[in-house]
Design a protein around this ligand. Sequence first.
Ligand code: GDP
Length: 443
Amino acid sequence: MLDTLTRRLAGILANLRKQGKLTEDDVNEMLREVRVALLEADVNFAVAKSFIGRVREKAVGEEVFASLTADQTIIKIVRDELTEMLGTEQTRFDFGSQPPTVVLMCGLQGSGKTTTTAKLAKWLVAQGKKPMLAACDVQRPAAIKQLQVLGEQVDVPVFAKTDGSSPVQIAREALERCKYLMRDVLIVDTAGRLSIDEALMAELKQIHDTVRPNEAFLVLDSTTGQEAVSVAKAFHDLIPITGVIFTKLDGDTRGGAVLSVREATGVPVRFTGVGEQVDALEPFYPDRMAQRIIGMGDVLGIIEKAELAFEGEDMTGLEAQFKRGDFDFNTMLDQFRMMRKMGPIKNVLKMIPGLGAQIPEEALEAIDDKGVNRIEAVIFSMTAKERSNPDIINSSRRKRIAAGSGTSVEEVNHLIRQLYEMRRNMKQLGKMQKQFMKKGRKR
Ligand code: GDP
């Protein structure tokens, strides 16, 4: 298994920590590692190169904060830049001005197109829609059957014809039937292609021009790496693709293809397929994908880090702080940093033995990394004195911190309240731990 980027950078940085400032050489050395990691994650060569250029600009001369070590600074720049490239704004589903909304599905054979068509129908039902499927893949009789079986599974009607009608004819009739039945979304499944085949591409274009879809989704297999980029370009040249759906992201692909496709075509990624079951479709989250590309989302890594953090030295430092009750904003930052090293915070919490099962799913949903980013922004806007001695943060300081971090005074107030609450809880915990440890020693 390849080292994650985090671990690599930590290695290089072990020697540089004390310098306080990154020189251009240090940054270059780290960026080489970032580039290798990107290429290993199957990011297109040209994309990796231009990406590194932008990260370099941001990184040279960057101060290394006392509590935010240099590797974390670089990782943060890399992650933010990746997230930005993957698209910071979620594209909304275009339902058009009047029903039925038409969605065209295209992609190569085996990409997961038919499965994804059914998954999308299920997702739409959950959004309160009444979708209908149209089976326009007459190349493969089995494809029609497959769609019918899946349609039944998600309880959505399937329009199919096996009388020799052309796919264009079927699409047209399906649209009429859809209106007649007052279903509000028609999802048109087109013929899968083994490769970019001219006749089939012409057929796709004809279907597109006939049904004039609100959304044209291209389904791509994320395990095909760079191949996905040329496939996306070919389809997008033919018809205006409005969104890409990457399938098979439940495997161990690093997701570099996702970034490359986005860069090469400008088409946003809208959903990801994360399993064979019909409910394994997720809206696309750029920040999670960024994590995945730089390798911090790797589960083995999370387990390893979790074990280390909960058995190792980091904990003893914290323990001492618990007992003294001097938990301050620096400690909070340290904790976030420690957790970040392990991956998305939600996943880490889930994996802590004995704790994960006790946290309700809704609570986990609420703990997202974006929330942590905001908290960090607030803490970074505090002076060193304020971080170590929150008692001095009066109302004018609160206003300044809110303005500096782009948050509100309410958020700053809330965070300060949380800190005091944590202090109380930790003292309590410290006492309990002491008693627990005494008992342990007696045994
Ligand atoms: P099509 O030829 O493009 O219509 O592809 P299919 O929908 O028949 O899917 C091809 C194979 O990929 C099937 O075995 C699917 O179960 C599988 N598949 C599709 N999407 C996913 C996914 O997100 N994750 C995994 N693991 N398998 C998937």
